[in-house]
Design a protein around this ligand. Structure first.
Ligand SMILES: [Zn+2]
Length: 253
C-alpha cells in the first residue's frame, strides 16, 4: 500500500549506484515531501506542467531524470523556481531525481532503454577508457542506408531526426548517448563507428560529422530520454504495492 520515502530512496540509490557517480546536480531526494509513498508520477523533467498533473492525480512523489539545483545555476528561489518549489511544498510532494545514474544504468538507463526501442545491439561503452562517460557503441538492427535509418528512428521515436550525412551510404555501426551529448561526437569518431546519435546538435558538430564522414542523428533530447524514468517506474510498480504512472509531456527539443 505504501513504502517509506526513506526506504524508497535508499533502495533507488543502491539500484542506481547513485552515491558513486559524480554528477552536476544532487541525485536522489531533491525536495522533501510526504513520509509515505503511495503514488508516483514519473516523467523526463520536473516542469510545472508535470507538477500540476501530479497534484491533479493526488500523487505524493515525482520521479524524474531532470530535476533541479544544477551546478552553476542561479541559487536564488525566484521566478519559475519559486513557483515549482512552492507547488511541491504546498502539496507535500517528494521530488526524486536521478541524472547521470539514470543515463548509465545497465537495465533502466536511458541509453540501454533507447537501444531497446531502436533495436540497437550493444557492443560496449562509448568511451572504453572512461567508464564515467555515459553512452554506448553497437550495431543497427541490420545494415541500413543513412536515409533508411533516419526513417527508422522517426518511426520508433515518433519524432523525425535531423540527419547529417549522405542518405545513400550504408551504416552498420553506431555510437549513441541520450540527451545533449553532441560534444561526444569525437568519442564516436575515435571508436571508429559509422554513425552517432544523440538528442541535440550544434553548429561545430555538423562540420565535424561532415569532415570525418560520420553520420550524425539528432533525435531530440526529450525523445531520447523518455525511456529511463518510465522503466524505473515500472520496476518500482512491480516491486512495491504502489501506483506509478509515467506522464509524457511533449517537448520538440
Ligand atoms: Zn538530459
Amino acid at each position: 500500500m505504501y513504502i517509506l520515502r526513506k526506504q524508497l530512496i535508499a533502495h533507488l540509490d543502491t539500484v542506481l549506484n547513485a552515491k558513486k557517480i559524480r554528477d552536476y546536480c544532487p541525485n536522489g531526494l531533491q525536495v522533501e515531501g510526504s513520509e509515505q509513498v503511495r503514488s508516483i508520477i514519473t516523467g523526463v523533467t520536473a516542469s510545472q506542467a508535470l507538477i500540476d498533473i501530479a497534484i491533479e492525480r493526488g500523487a505524493d512523489t515525482i520521479l524524474v531524470h531532470h530535476g533541479y539545483f544544477w551546478e552553476g545555476e542561479d541559487e536564488r528561489i525566484v521566478g519559475i523556481k519559486k513557483e515549482r518549489l512552492a507547488s511541491l511544498l504546498r502539496h507535500d510532494i517528494n521530488l526524486i531525481a536521478y541524472h547521470l545514474p539514470l543515463d548509465m544504468h545497465s537495465v533502466y538507463g536511458n541509453n540501454v532503454q533507447l537501444a531497446d526501442v531502436l533495436g540497437l545491439q550493444i557492443d560496449g561503452l562509448l568511451d572504453e577508457s572512461d567508464p564515467s562517460v555515459p553512452g554506448n557503441i553497437g550495431r543497427l538492427p541490420r545494415a541500413m542506408t543513412g536515409g533508411e535509418f533516419a526513417e527508422w528512428i522517426g518511426e520508433q521515436l515518433q519524432r523525425e531526426p535531423l540527419h547529417i550525412g549522405e542518405a545513400g551510404d550504408t551504416i552498420e555501426t553506431i555510437g549513441w548517448c541520450t540527451g545533449g551529448a553532441q560534444g561526444y561526437l569525437q568519442k564516436a569518431i575515435d571508436a571508429g563507428v559509422d554513425a552517432f546519435l544523440t538528442g541535440e546538435i550544434n553548429e561545430p558538430a555538423v562540420h565535424l560529422a561532415r569532415e570525418t564522414g560520420t553520420h550524425f542523428y539528432s533525435a531530440g533530447h526529450h525523445a531520447t530520454e523518455r525511456y529511463g524514468a518510465k522503466a524505473l517506474g515500472e520496476y518500482l510498480a512491480d516491486k512495491y504495492d504502489i501506483i506509478v504512472e509515467f506522464i509524457d509531456i511533449d517537448n520538440p527539443v
